[in-house]
Every structure is written in C-alpha cells, then in structure tokens.
Ligand binder design. Structure first.
Ligand code: KIV
Ligand code: ZN
Length: 556
C-alpha cells in the first residue's frame, strides 16, 4: 500500500442537498422486495445454476414470500431462456408473483427477452445501460448525449413490442437502471431517467420502476442516501415511479446504504439471499428484512426455517453461509464468553417470566423465530464460564447444580477445556462432572450402607473400601446422613468436618429415574467442598455425595 494514498485515490464529492430529510426519518413499513438471486447472484457463480437448481431456488423464494423475482438474463444463455419457458409453460409462477428479466438496450437481446416472456401473466422488463463517467469514457467512448440515446432507443424497442406481449396476455412493467448510478453525476442520472420516462410515459396508475444501483460501492452510505433523496426530490413525475435500490457491498456497507436509501424515499429493494453476488456480493436481503422485523415491522418475508433456506442456498449455488452472517450464520446466536452466557441465561429466564418485549442481552431476536434452538445459544470453550457449563448441564441433562457448586465446578471444567483447546459438548461436560464428583473412590469408597432409627436417633452400620480393604464403621446421628458422617469421623482416618449444605433432585435418564444429591461439607479449617452422588435410592445418593465430598476435601 502507498504511504501517500491521496496520490492515487480521492475522496468522493458531497451531494449538494440542503435540508436533507432522511437523517431525521425512521422506517415504519416494509419496501417492495425483489430477489435478484437467479440473475445477479447467479451471474457471480463460477458454475452458474442449471435449470433444476434454478427451479429449486425459485420455489424457495416464492415460499419465503417474494412477489417480484428477477429470474435471469434470457438473452444471455440458452439455460436462462429455457428456464423462463419452463416457468411459464409449466405454470410454475403463482398469480401474485411477477417475474423480472434483465436486458441490455440492444434490439436482438430485447427481441429474445420478449420471446422468452410470452404467455407469462405479469413481467418486469429490466433494461439497463451504464452511465458513470468512467463507463462513458473507457467502456463506451461515448458522450453523455449518446449514452442517453442508447437508453431512449432501448425503451422504444421494448415499447414497440409491448402489443405482442399484451396480446399473449402478459402485463408489462418497465424497469430502467442507470447502471453505476452511485458513481454517476445526479443531474445526469436524472436526465437519462427522465428521457426513458418520456418514451415509456408512466402514470401514477401504471408506474415505471426506476432502479438506482450502487453497482460498485464508491462512497459512504450517507452519500447514497443523499443521491436517492436528491433524485426523489428532483425527478419529474415522482408519483409515476417506483424508486428501487440495488446495492452491492464493496465497502461492506450494502445493508446500511439500503436502509438509508429507504429513509431517503425509495420504495423497493433488490438483493439476494445471504448477499450472494459479484465480488463482495449484493445486498443481503435477509439482513434488511430481519432488521425491520427486530424493530417490530412485519417484513412480509418469512425466514422461520432459516436452516432449510441455507441448505437450499448451499445446494443450488455451491456457496456457503459464513458462520457470522447476521441472522443466519451458525454462530450468530451463540455465546462462548462466560459473562455473555450468564447475561443471556438471566435474560432468557426474565423473558420467560414476563413475556413482554424481547430484550435479552446479546440476542437481537429470539433465535426461535428463525427456527434456531436455545441449546445452540450457549456453547462452551475455554472462554466460557460457570454459567455456560451449568446451562448446558441443565438444558441437556436436567442437572441443576447449586449456585455454589457451579462456582466450584466452573474452574475445574474450564481447566480441562483449556487443556483440550477446543469447544466441548454437553456430554463431555457431564463426563467431566462425573469424573470430578460422582466417580471418586479414593481414599474411600462406599461398599455397604445400612441405617435405621426413629425420632431423630439413627444408627448407621456400613463398610468402606480403603486401599483395597473393607473396613466396617458405625455412627450415630439425628438422621442417616448425620449418622454416616459420625461413623466416618469416628473411624479416624479423615479429619473432622460438618455438613454445610444439602440439595437433592430427581433425574431421569432413559427409562430409569434416579436421584442426584449434592452435599457441601466444611472442614475444620473453614474450607467448604462439594460432593455429589447418584443412585436410584435418594438416601443412598446422599450418602454417596458425602463420600464424594470427603474424597474431594481430603484428597486435595
Ligand atoms: O449492480 C448493478 O448495477 C446491476 C444492474 C444490472 C442493475 O446489477
Ligand atoms: Zn448488481
């Protein structure tokens, strides 16, 4: 890179727009959506979709709720032409869906496009030509006036064929795109668009679509918004136009540009699923729709089954959805960080209790709304804390660790996960818990336990295994646990301790219901240590929990 970037690159000029209104507006309704997956998205694939894949995607787009779908560039290839004919002849286009086709302002291409559309119920013919200074100078070598004439002649050629389409029962809307609009002088974009309008003669009842593409993002999104507001304010017969946005993502702000463009007065948005498209891609239409949704505006597009949509997208395009793609990526509703996990856990509980507006920390929307599960939300790696560990044990296995025990087990699990150096599953966490608490047999293991008594006077007789030998012990207390503790202390091998805390819960695994008991003991030096035991018998589970606590407290 150059030290002196200004020797090669220059800032983008501001748009003269005094009293711009878009910054103080907010969005309150959805735009008209148009998917360009099957054209702009398809054009960007190393291996373009075949007819079968295009049909698969077309059906999925219809299912999402798209009412306008750019299905291709039928004059550009036989596949695209054949696809149009299949859609029309096999009556695959629902009555409320309009297909759109792209074409350059050239007679042979317009003729082929018209032929491909015969018999459809309603279509949008999308004609474009490039208008920016660089395109005019380097690509076409034409003056502004000559470029206007290309657009005017193209519009006239379509108009001349209108009667043939109308006779075949097809209603036609014209869409005109001054391609590279965002790099074009606004007054020239207005001039060329108005010249096309003069040919087409749109009315408020029969509007023309004026699509204003950010073909290559060349400036910040506020500049695009200014360009859109400038056109909306200055173009003639605004009420005879549907102003449409078509952003790409070269500077990574395609979504922002579209949203600000809507504030600036546009009515319609073109984009693709997950932002597929040339170079850095087209606008990700899912993002804009879901951004409206998260502010309580029904986008009119349904992404409830995001996972199926992603599978369809990957199957048909050969592309993948990155794990951090907003709303869709595998990791976007996942928290690894301990403090985030803790906040999400509390937020989810709060939301369940109050069921008011969604305000769970770190989650912009309820993952359930796009078919994701809460269990995906919290995942554990070395960045995670006790909250995530506890959440997974509880959500996957119903193990409800007492708060204090969470604090104790959290660092134990964290050390182990850190050593592994990867994400761990809930099953692995459970195994860690089992190894650390339930399966402890050293220095003592329970061999046999029996206690009886009445009115708070219990005697326990049991045997322990110590270093491979069986040792009988006897103790007394006001309950079986107290009697067992007394027996262990009297045996004399472990220092004195007392029970500080006791919790139990039932646990169903498979068909067998069992009990999980947690005991916290306090050593003479004041240190507390937890133990846990599991058994089909609740009394035995708690006795095993004492053994576990003793082993942990005195083997440490
Ligand atoms: O990006 C673009 O400018 C286009 C036009 C053809 C609308 O795709
Ligand atoms: Zn494009």
């Amino acid at each position: 890179m150059l030290k002196n970037a200004s020797a090669k690159y220059r800032p983008f000029p501001l748009i003269e727009l005094p009293n711009r209104r878009w910054p103080s507006r907010s969005l309150s309704s959805r735009p008209i959506w148009c998917s360009v997956d099957l054209r702009d998205g398809n054009q960007a694939l190393a291996v373009p979709m075949n007819v079968g894949q295009k049909l698969d995607m077309f059906d999925a787009l219809v299912k999402c709720g798209f009412k306008e779908i750019e299905v291709g560039f039928p004059s550009a290839s036989n596949t695209e032409f054949a696809f149009n004919r299949r859609l029309i002849e096999e009556k695959r286009i629902p009555d409320d869906v309009t297909i759109q086709c792209l074409v350059q302002a050239r007679e042979d291409l317009i003729e082929k496009t018209v032929q491909s559309l015969m018999g459809a119920k309603q279509v949008i013919i999308h004609m474009y030509n490039s208008t920016s200074p660089a395109q005019r100078k380097y690509v076409f070598g034409k003056t502004k006036e000559e470029i206007v004439q290309i657009a005017v002649r193209g519009a006239q050629m379509i108009k001349d064929r209108l009667h043939r389409l109308e006779e075949s029962g097809t209603k036609v809307t014209l869409q005109y795109s001054p391609e590279s609009f965002s790099a074009t002088e606004v007054d020239y974009a207005k001039e060329i668009s108005e010249a096309v309008m003069d040919v087409w003669q749109p009315t408020p009842e029969k509007k023309m679509i004026l699509n204003l593409p950010d073909t290559v993002e060349v400036a910040m999104p506020n500049i695009y918004a200014d360009q859109i507001e400038w056109i909306c304010t200055n173009i003639k017969n605004r009420d005879s136009l549907i102003v449409s946005l078509h952003t790409h993502n070269d500077r990574g702000t395609g979504t922002a540009a579209t949203e600000l463009g809507l504030l600036a007065g546009a009515d319609r948005v073109e984009g693709t699923l997950f932002g597929n498209g040339e170079r850095t891609g087209n606008l990700d239409i899912v993002q804009v729709a879901m951004n409206l949704y998260m502010h309580g505006i029904d986008p009119g597009l349904d992404f409830s089954d995001m996972n199926s949509l992603i599978r369809m997208y990957e199957r048909t395009t050969g592309m993948t959805v990155p794990p951090r793609q907003p709303y869709a990526g595998e990791l976007v509703f996942t928290a690894f960080s301990g403090s985030h996990q803790d906040a999400i856990k509390k937020g989810l509980v709060g939301y369940e209790e109050h069921q008011t507006f969604w305000d769970v920390p770190y989650l912009t929307i309820d993952p359930k709304d796009v078919g994701r599960e809460y269990r995906e939300v919290i995942r554990v790696n070395s960045q995670s804390g006790k909250g995530g560990v506890a959440y997974l044990l509880e959500s996957e296995f119903g193990i409800e660790l007492p708060k204090d025990l969470q604090r104790e087990f959290g660092p134990v699990a964290n050390d182990e996960v850190d050593r592994l150096g990867r994400e761990v599953t809930a099953t692995e966490l459970k195994d860690m818990f089992w190894r650390e608490y339930i399966e402890r047999v050293d220095p003592i293991a329970l061999h046999h336990f029996h206690a009886d008594g009445v009115d708070g006077a219990f005697t326990c007789r049991c045997s322990l295994m110590k270093s491979g030998s069986e040792v009988g012990i006897v103790g007394k207390g006001n309950g079986p646990i107290a009697a067992f503790v007394d027996a262990i202390i009297k045996d004399g091998d472990v220092p004195s301790f007392e029970v500080a805390n006791f919790r139990e819960q039932s646990l169903s695994s498979g068909t067998e219901a069992s009990a999980l008991a947690y005991i916290q003991i306090k050593r003479a030096d004041g240190r507390t240590v937890w133990g846990a035991g599991v058994d089909t018998n609740i009394e035995l589970a708690s006795i095993k929990a004492v053994v576990s606590a003793v082993n942990r407290a005195f083997a440490l």
